[in-house]
Design a protein around this ligand. Structure first.
Ligand SMILES: [Fe+2]
Ligand SMILES: [Fe+2]
Length: 289
């Protein structure tokens, strides 16, 4: 079985539009059994997500989608859970994409399991020395000092390294992902369903391919000495998803996106691939299973 995989098309961003159209044309001309889109296809406007999915109308095989963090960015009055559970799956089904976050699938004995994944700061860069409250609010001390509404994070100063006041980074999920729960609780919520999907596919499949947006292993997180990128590593994924994957021997491949960095690592029995699209350079991988 031939699976085409791509991610992070960001069709809502001007410089991604043309490269995405070109990539979609190339993918539609391929002869393959399945297409996996691994999230961040668009942002809050589901009309743009719909347009992006329809670029693949001519693809002859089955089409699957997992949400990215950008699909969970909520419009006023919405929640991210509503988008994950209802709005995005409805757009997917209408465009002939199977929403893997909600339901796993099976093709000729190969199980397909997907999740947006999330982060619990287990991949944070320890060398920054930042207290957890900055990760929980998704803002570094320099930005917290500059932007209104975060002064309470700076009241206690003893645990903030001197250098950290020059770190101006902010992870924008903090402003737009309205989870209604902590990041760790959201991971637990997703993990419960993910483990359930893995178990049901393990019972009926000879092999399982997992599609995720966020990263399941630290080895896939790009390292950087730049504090802005180092701060972002906390939001790349969670080791809890990696543990769930390693516990299921039928999982052969894990495909992910989110970091915009192409990478491949082997982890025990797993082959992990990040397709690594950037905003301007789109690419796909082909997997033979
Ligand atoms: Fe992305
Ligand atoms: Fe992302």
């Amino acid at each position: 079985m031939k699976i085409v995989v791509t991610s992070d098309l960001h069709y809502d961003i001007a410089r991604s539009v043309e490269p995405t159209r070109e990539l979609a044309d190339e993918i539609c001309a391929l002869s393959a059994d399945a297409l996996l889109l691994l999230g961040d296809a668009a942002g809050r406007d589901v009309g743009i997500l719909r347009d992006c999915l329809h670029l693949f109308d001519r693809f002859a095989g089955r089409k699957f989608f997992v949400s990215g963090n950008h699909e969970l960015w909520a419009c006023p009055g919405e929640s991210s859970l509503y988008r994950l559970e209802e709005l995005v799956p409805a757009v997917c089904r209408e465009a002939d994409f199977w929403p893997l976050d909600i339901e796993s699938a099976n093709m000729d004995g190969v199980g397909l399991v997907g999740t947006v994944g999330w982060y619990d700061y287990s991949f944070r860069s320890e060398w920054l020395g930042l207290p957890l409250r900055f990760y929980e609010h998704k803002i570094a001390p320099g930005a917290a000092a500059r932007i209104k509404g975060f002064g309470h994070l700076l009241k206690q100063t003893a645990d903030i390294p001197e250098d950290a006041y020059s770190y101006g980074a902010r992870w924008m999920d903090g402003a737009y992902a309205i989870l209604g729960m902590s990041d760790t609780s959201f991971c637990d919520y997703l993990l419960e369903r993910f483990r359930g999907h893995l178990a049901s596919e393990a019972a009926r499949s000879r092999k399982i391919v997992v599609a995720m947006h966020h990263l399941p292993f630290m080895e896939l997180v790009p390292t950087s000495q730049d504090p802005t990128f180092a701060f972002a590593s906390a939001f790349m994924g969670s080791e809890l998803f990696g543990r769930a994957l390693l516990a299921e021997p039928k999982v052969g491949y894990v495909l992910c996106g989110h970091s915009h960095r192409a990478m491949g690592v082997r982890k025990e029995h797993l082959i992990c691939l990040n397709v690594g699209c950037t905003y301007v350079q789109k690419r796909y991988d082909i997997l033979e299973v």
